[in-house]
Design a protein around this ligand. Sequence first.
Ligand code: ASP
Length: 348
Amino acid sequence: MQNPEVLIIYTGGTIGMVNDPETGVLKPFDFEHLYNSVPELKQFDYKLEALSMDKPIDSSEMNPTIWARIATTIFDNYVNYDGFVVLHGSDTMAYTASALSFMLQGIKKPVILTGSQLPIGQIRTDGKENLITAIEIAGLKNKDGEALVQEVALYFEYSLYRGNRSQKMSAENFEAFNSANYPHLAEAGVNLSFNRNALLRSDKSAPELFTAFSDEVALLKLFPGMPVGPLKAVFNPEKVKGIVLESFGSGNTFANPAFEQLLKDYIHSGGIVLNITQCITGKVEQGKYASSELFIRAGVIGGCDLTTEAAITKMMYVLGLPISREEKIHQLQAPLCGEMDCHKNGVD
Ligand code: ASP
């Protein structure tokens, strides 16, 4: 079998940062430095090529335009490589992983996002292991010569996660991510151990690129005692076409008639509201408690076990599709690329 060919796309983040000697602040540096800092990369029997964004960024600067650029780079190079590694800041990596999973549905090759908590040049860096193992995974094939991982995934600190199930959990620990509602795809110990039953297999015959995400979205987290008046600015169907609402527990809310009326008016005017839970594990089950019936009456859609990152990027994706409102609602409720499971525990 030919040596695997992997394309590394450097977007920025801590993995490629150095200390500014004058201010002591971390700032991005030239991608060439990454190779200098990880001479181990030269030992790979993989063919590695690297691209860097013109101006590497802190991942706080990510947006749908840059996601589209990353997705298009992967799509345009899809046939030339066995896999792709995207180096990215950890802060919004789970959003980018979710967005890329919707932009690149039907892929049969791995797209592995990784980064680090400490710059790769620092002696205690977690970046080297993350980078080296992400590259290794991006080139892995099964015995039929097909890519083992055929989805957007995120590798961090010895675990591989489904991209659109992952969330950043710690601003401090090397073990910074988790996918609390979905099994890890692999663990890296002495061996790489894959959870083969958890790996995604798309029934699409070829990858499809879709980048026309809508930014007419909002994300709202409920809290006890939340005043309803200020929400009117957000529930404006002229400006905001879809709202992701983080509710309590299994999809519950306070019984405020003004809130119910606000939701009803917004949805009646064409807005879409997707209900996800503030809990890390479990899912929305509208109708389980009386305190979710307000949502049912208003026409709010249940988002099952979607993460916040997957929900908001899925909303952006669905609102950008040239389809009817009913079809958009249908897509929001259907698993498109392994991002949600409404049937877990036999409920729904
Ligand atoms: N602020 C950085 C970023 O997300 C943190 C990191 O890279 O882990 O770009």
